[in-house]
Ligand binder design. Structure first.
Ligand code: BEZ
Length: 215
């Protein structure tokens, strides 16, 4: 299987999960998706990451995003771990956790990096859009928990790119000024898309505030 890259169609699969047998593309439907792997059940960093994902349920829902976790642990292990996550992180885990004991999904998504660990999945995360295209890939080491505020920030940026033809500059936060895609040059199109106007710092660096989104 070649390495998965941005813009590729996220591989479809059928696998067991804490929500039953699941067909990935069918489960995604028209939603955005966040598929993320963790090294192992009953480990401290993973417990906090899955707890945080559960706590962010309404933030994911607001953005039309479904979350799904994965490790190579068994369904029985996941089922025994979920109450621990809920008790220690003060939340309810309502998203599915894939039980990839046969490594089917891990192979499709290249989640085992043998020089890091021969057996455990790395901390990878994929954002998948409604067309099933991979829009973000990150991979973190087992010892570093991911920043889920950053993941929401990237989803916000991607969704603005799709809806408003803008990109987001360094350290951007929702509500701050965005940049107009350099591919947009036609003055009539610019006027129609950005009636509020923009500041052209350079011909290629044009900043605008999206209506209703000022910080
Ligand atoms: C953890 O989730 O806490 C963890 C897993 C593997 C290695 C180090 C930490």
């Amino acid at each position: 299987m070649p390495t998965l890259r941005l813009g590729d169609i996220a591989p479809d699969f059928e696998q067991d999960s804490t929500h039953g047998r699941l067909r990935f593309h069918e489960w995604l439907g028209d939603s955005w998706g966040v598929l993320f792997s963790h090294p192992a059940d009953f480990t401290p960093v993973c417990t906090t990451e899955l707890g945080r994902t559960a706590q962010l349920k309404s933030e994911f829902a607001k953005r039309g995003v479904k979350a799904i976790a994965l490790s190579v642990d068994t369904l029985d292990s996941h089922s025994r771990w979920v109450p621990d996550i809920e008790q220690t992180q003060g939340t309810t885990v309502e998203f599915p956790i894939l039980a990839d004991a046969d490594r089917k999904v891990s192979q499709l998504y290249d989640l085992i990096h043998p020089n890091a660990s021969a057996t455990a999945t790395v901390r990878s995360l994929f954002v998948i859009d409604p067309a099933k295209k991979v829009r973000l890939i990150i991979t973190y080491p087992a010892s570093t928990g991911r920043n889920f505020d950053e993941i929401l920030r990237v989803i916000d940026s991607l969704q603005l790119t799709d809806s408003h033809s803008v990109a987001t500059p360094v350290d951007w936060q929702p509500g701050q000024r965005v940049v107009i895609l350099p591919s947009l040059q036609d003055p009539e199109v610019l006027k129609a898309k950005f009636p509020q106007g923009f500041e052209a710092v350079r011909p290629y660096l044009r900043l605008t505030t999206l209506p209703g989104q000022a910080a």
